[in-house]
Design a protein around this ligand. Structure first.
Ligand code: AMP
Length: 334
């Protein structure tokens, strides 16, 4: 870390490799990743340890992990500027998580609403990993002294717990961990499914027609937009309550081109829904093609990819090891 980096605040942002990346991820998260890279010293983790709390095939986890690592770079995360790494390649995460488990009360973990929700959704696999997910997440953050963590509403409770654990450890021994704060990304809009504009665009397996994957070829993108659900009227207008499908298309258009929504609306004034769908599909295809070219070149060059993975895990381990040694020493491990 040079002097300039040392003065910057630290951010940890982790994403679970558990599916193919889609347009919602690009618009909702991608822009914020880039902005954070400018404003802070960032650690970007491909959080594969978190992926196995739910059943996932070996080959899928491998693919999603390497894919996500390459998409981060294709979108513009610079491995020379930020630390981009795969969580399981830095063993200190799992090691610190164990210590933090011992500083977390059963009652505190039991209160986590995400654990309750996921248990209800998946009653056959309520494993201990799912239960202790928040302490692993706390380890991810605390290892790097992160000041800020970009989170959505669903992670607020977990971050609060990370702060509680950090504070408890610091009080019991001496100041060790930074108490992280949540930042709520401002850029990027929420994107809805093309087949159900009331539902957030999410994992493709549940909604193959409604989700535009970053990997999709132009013909597939066109087909998905062509079948996008709109309404029985004809006027292209931004009105989320009355015209959720059309509004979603306008938002996608505005977001990928970096335009205000009013400009997008004006562009499609007096045009048909078919023209709207065609226009949005074209804007998305034009955005995806250069990203896909970068992604493909990172993904295809195995030697370079192995080197980048190693570089990232070496850099992350360097910082993580120092923190874990401090913790082990304070706890009394010889
Ligand atoms: P996920 O893998 O679904 O947890 O998504 C990772 C991140 O991508 C989220 O934290 C959001 O910032 C972003 N994201 C996911 N889906 C959408 C969406 N439909 N619209 C906007 N942002 C999204």
């Amino acid at each position: 870390m040079d002097n300039n980096q040392a003065q910057q605040k630290i951010v940890l942002s982790a994403m679970k490799p558990s599916g193919n990346l889609h347009l919602g991820n690009l618009i909702g998260a991608g822009k914020n990743w880039l902005k954070m890279q400018e404003d802070y010293f960032c650690y970007y983790a491909v959080a594969d340890l978190h992926s196995i709390t739910e059943e996932i095939l070996t080959k899928d986890l491998r693919e999603y992990t390497l894919d996500l690592f390459c998409w981060f770079m294709a979108i513009g995360i610079d491995p020379n500027k930020s630390v981009l790494f795969v969580q399981s390649q830095v063993p200190h995460h799992a090691e610190l998580a164990w210590v933090l488990n011992c500083f977390t009360q059963y009652g505190e973990a039991r209160r986590m609403t995400q654990f309750k929700d996921k248990s209800l959704k998946n009653p056959d696999n309520i494993n201990l990993g799912l239960f202790s997910y928040p302490t692993l997440m706390a380890a991810d953050i605390l290892l790097y002294g992160a000041h800020y963590v970009p989170i959505g509403k669903d992670q607020k409770q977990h971050l609060e717990l990370a702060r509680t654990i950090a504070n408890r450890f610091n009080n019991r021994y001496s100041p060790t961990f930074v108490e992280p704060e949540g930042i709520f990304p401002k850029l990027g809009a929420k994107i809805f499914s093309l087949s159900d504009p009331h539902k957030k665009m999410g994992k493709s397996e549940n909604d193959p027609k409604g989700v535009v994957l970053l990997k999709d070829d132009p013909a597939t993108v066109e087909r998905k937009f062509k079948s996008a659900v709109t309404d029985s009227e004809t006027e292209v207008k931004y009105n989320v309550a009355k015209k959720p499908g059309v509004s979603n298309l306008l938002v996608i258009y505005a977001e990928v081109l970096g335009l205000p929504i009013k400009t997008a609306e004006k562009h499609f004034e007096n045009k048909s829904y078919a023209e709207l769908k065609e226009g949005v599909a074209k804007a998305v295809i034009d955005t995806l093609i250069p990203l896909q070219q970068k992604y493909n070149s990172f993904r295809a060059n195995k030697e370079n990819l192995a080197e980048l993975l190693k570089q990232g895990s070496d850099k992350a381990s360097f910082t993580a090891r120092k923190m874990l040694s401090k913790v082990y020493r304070k706890v009394g491990f010889v």
